[in-house]
Design a protein around this ligand. Structure first.
Ligand code: MG
Length: 362
C-alpha cells in the first residue's frame, strides 16, 4: 500500500456534555489529541486519543517530537509492524499512560486509513462478528446525583430498551451506597442489569465489606473496586464475592491484562482503546480475554468501541457516554437498546473539522 507522507497532531478541548463525578474525580474536559495522516496516493486517516483533563499536552508532545517523525515513509498497511516499531522506540517511557495514549492516536489513524483503503467499516475489517451491540447507560449514575435522580435515570434507560445502568459507588458510608442501589433495583425490577463502579477508591477490606452488602442486589459487576496496580487484592476480592469483578480502564498494556486474567482477577475486561495503545493492542486483549471465557465491555469512547465490540465474539456491552456530539456529524445509531456499528469505511466517525478548529488549544 501507500507510503505515509504527512503526519500531524493537534489538541482540542471538548467540553463535557454533562457534569460527571465519581468517588475520586470529576471529568473536567476531554483533552482530545488528534492525528492526521496522508499517504502518497492521496489516502487520509484520522485517529484520536484523550484524557479527562490532565496530560493532553504531554501526549501531544510525545507524538510531535518522537512518534510521528518515525511514520514518514512507512507502509501504511503494516499496522502491526508500525505499532511494534513505535513501541520499541519508546522503551524509556513504556509502559506508561502518556506513551500508550500517544500510540493510540497514531494507531487509530492508521486503522482509519487502512479501513478506508479497503472500503470497509472498522467493525468488519476487525472481525465482523455482528453489527448490533447492547448498550448500558452511565450518564444517569454519577455520584453527585440524588437517589431520586438515579431512579429516574434508570427508569428512563429501561423505557428506552437499554439493557443496563451503571451507578457510581463510594459514598462515605456503606449504607448510603446500599440505599441508593436498593432504590434503583426496587424501581426497575430484576430485568435490568445494574453495574457499580468505585473508580479504584477502596481498600481491599472496604471493597470486600461493600461487595458483601451489595450481593443481594443482583449486580452485573463491581468495577474498579481497588487501585489498578493491586492485582493481588483483585484476586482475593474476586474469590470472596459472587459479583463479577470488572477492570481495565486504568490498564495501559496488553501484558497487564494477561496478569489479571491468568490470576482470575478480572471477570469482565474493560479495555479502553486509547489507554491500551490503540486498536492493534485492543484486539489482542479482546482475543486474549476470549481464551479465558471472559467478556469485553470497554470503557467510555462509545463512538469507537461500538465497532470494536461488534468485531469480536466476546464483546458484550458498549458504555453509553456521549462525548463527541459537539465535534462530529451524525450520531451513534441506536435501535431497540442496541448500538449499531457504523457502516461507512474507516473508524465510522465523521468529524466536524470546523468545530474541532474552534476548540483547538495546541
Ligand atoms: Mg469506570
Amino acid at each position: 500500500m501507500a507510503k505515509i507522507v504527512e503526519a500531524t497532531a493537534y489538541l482540542a478541548d471538548i467540553e463535557v456534555e454533562t457534569l460527571r463525578t465519581d468517588a475520586v474525580q470529576s471529568f473536567l474536559k476531554q483533552e482530545t489529541v488528534f492525528v492526521d495522516l496522508v499517504t502518497d496516493d492521496g489516502g487520509t486517516g484520522t485517529g484520536y486519543s484523550y484524557t479527562i483533563g490532565t496530560g493532553g499536552r504531554s501526549v501531544l508532545a510525545m507524538l510531535r517530537e518522537h512518534l510521528l517523525p518515525r511514520l514518514i515513509g512507512a507502509d501504511a498497511s503494516r499496522t502491526e509492524r508500525i505499532w511494534y516499531d513505535l513501541y520499541a522506540s519508546t522503551r524509556a517511557t513504556t509502559v506508561g499512560a502518556v506513551t500508550s495514549l500517544a500510540l493510540a492516536a497514531a494507531d487509530t489513524a492508521l486503522w482509519d486509513l487502512r479501513c478506508k483503503h479497503a472500503g470497509e467499516p472498522l467493525w468488519r475489517l476487525a472481525g465482523g462478528f455482528r453489527r448490533e451491540v447492547p448498550l448500558y447507560d452511565t450518564e444517569g449514575g454519577w455520584l453527585h446525583l440524588s437517589t431520586d435522580e438515579l431512579v429516574r435515570g434508570a427508569l428512563a434507560s429501561r423505557a428506552a430498551g437499554w439493557r443496563g445502568v451503571k451507578l457510581k459507588v463510594g459514598k462515605e458510608l456503606l449504607h448510603q451506597d446500599v440505599e441508593r442501589l436498593r432504590a434503583v433495583r426496587e424501581a426497575v425490577g430484576p430485568g435490568l442489569d445494574i453495574m457499580v463502579d468505585a473508580n479504584q477508591s477502596m481498600t481491599y477490606a472496604e471493597a470486600k465489606r461493600r461487595a458483601a452488602a451489595f450481593e443481594p442486589l443482583g449486580l452485573a459487576w463491581f468495577e474498579e473496586p481497588l487501585p489498578a496496580d493491586d492485582v493481588a487484592g483483585h484476586v482475593e476480592l474476586a474469590r470472596s464475592t459472587s459479583i463479577p469483578v470488572a477492570v481495565g480502564e486504568s490498564l495501559y498494556s496488553a501484558g497487564q491484562f494477561r496478569d489479571y486474567l491468568h490470576r482470575g482477577a478480572a471477570n469482565i475486561v474493560q479495555v479502553d482503546v486509547a489507554r491500551v495503545g490503540g486498536i492493534t493492542p485492543w484486539l489482542k486483549v479482546a482475543h486474549l480475554a476470549e481464551t479465558f471465557n471472559v467478556d469485553v465491555c470497554p470503557h467510555f469512547l462509545m463512538e469507537l468501541h461500538v465497532s470494536l465490540v461488534a468485531a469480536v465474539p466476546n464483546g458484550r456491552y458498549v458504555e453509553h457516554i456521549p462525548q463527541l456530539r459537539a465535534v462530529t456529524h451524525g450520531r451513534l445509531e441506536i435501535e431497540n437498546g442496541d448500538a449499531l456499528a457504523p457502516e461507512i469505511p474507516g473508524l465510522g466517525i465523521v468529524w466536524n473539522t470546523d468545530a474541532i478548529d474552534d476548540r483547538r488549544k495546541a
